[in-house]
Design a protein around this ligand. Structure first.
Ligand SMILES: Cc1cc2nc3c(=O)[nH]c(=O)nc-3n(C[C@H](O)[C@H](O)[C@H](O)COP(=O)(O)O)c2cc1C
Length: 288
């Protein structure tokens, strides 16, 4: 495993991705950290970020990462995130998109290793569902692997229980821009009522809606997170103003049908909801 992770006190080459809006809170991050991986708290309002970091510190003395979405982050986010040990930034500009790469993860890894100086730490993300996936990336030269979808499907993730079950049942994903109010970027989701209603002719969403998202993004991306969540509670599958907030446990249940059920393509290879600690050990070849 890479030197800097080891130096930071992370024993196993596995990173739980930061997933914003309460999907990856301190409960998940602390369990991952205690099991030897690097746990990450996802993007939240600054005050909530502080609370989550404090919650993590109360549970473990292991290192913690925080993920900031740079296009949305303000000074108070950086001040809160300064309390973490590792800062992971999402650089993508909303207009250009999150899911924009076309190269497969292994090819990308090879290209990046070639472009960077020898010994430069590289982590590989995307499509890691099973131990063999992680092994393949590590053998190909990744210093650690980053998993998102697999960790949403754990007991400890903050996803709404019905969202987790939808992922268990999912066979397909859609790359869309439907849920782009305030964040007009492609995102991958599993189908729900909103996608069935609005994506019949174009998986990206109606052209007029995408144009509307692009035009209103500078304004909507400045709406504070708590207000965005209040707006999200009013979303309905038949009213096409869909923001990026996902259904969390304790959050508005309307988001199951009127919000994004984010998942990577590997969701079709995952058929259970597991304890996160077990996954950390299993994915890295330790006895469970
Ligand atoms: C539900 C979900 C939410 C995500 N939220 C974020 C986020 O807030 N910030 C970020 O940088 N990446 C986010 N990602 C992307 C992950 O960081 C990671 O790159 C990706 O999940 C890896 O692919 P995988 O899902 O196939 O493991 C999210 C991914 C998922 C599945």
């Amino acid at each position: 495993m890479t030197g800097w992770l080891e130096k930071a006190g992370v024993q196993l080459p596995i990173v739980q991705a930061g997933m914003g809006g309460g999907l990856a809170g301190h409960g998940l991050a602390a369990v991952v950290a205690e099991a030897g991986g690097l746990g990450t708290i996802g993007f939240l309002a600054p005050a909530d970020l502080r609370k989550e970091i404090a919650g993590f510190r109360a549970r473990t003395s292991k290192p913690l990462a925080v993920n900031l979405l740079l296009p949305l982050a303000r000074r108070a986010h950086f001040q809160a995130a300064a309390e973490a040990d590792v800062l992971v930034t999402f650089w993508g500009r909303p207009r250009r998109g999150n899911v924009r790469g076309t190269a497969g993860a292994l090819e990308l890894l090879a290209r990046i290793r070639q472009a960077l100086p020898r010994g430069y730490p590289v982590m590989s993300a995307g499509g890691i569902a099973e131990p063999a996936d992680a092994r393949q990336r590590l053998d190909a030269g990744a210093d650690a692997v980053v998993c998102g979808t697999r960790f949403v499907m754990t007991h400890e993730s903050g996803a709404h229980p019905a969202y987790k079950q939808r992922l268990v049942d999912a066979q397909e994903t859609i790359l869309t821009e439907l849920f782009g109010a305030g964040w007009p970027a492609p995102h991958r989701v599993v189908p729900n009522e909103a996608t069935r209603r609005w994506l019949s002719s174009d998986p990206r969403g109606p052209a007029w809606l995408r144009a509307f998202h692009r035009a209103t993004a500078p304004l909507l991306s400045r709406v504070p997170v708590p207000m965005q969540l209040r707006l999200a509670a009013t979303q309905s599958p038949d009213r096409p103003l869909f923001g990026p907030a996902a259904a969390t446990a304790g959050g508005p249940a309307n988001l199951l049908e009127a919000g994004p059920l984010y998942a990577g393509e590997c969701v079709s290879r995952i058929s259970d909801i597991r304890p996160a600690a077990e996954l950390v050990r299993e994915l890295t070849g330790q006895a469970v």
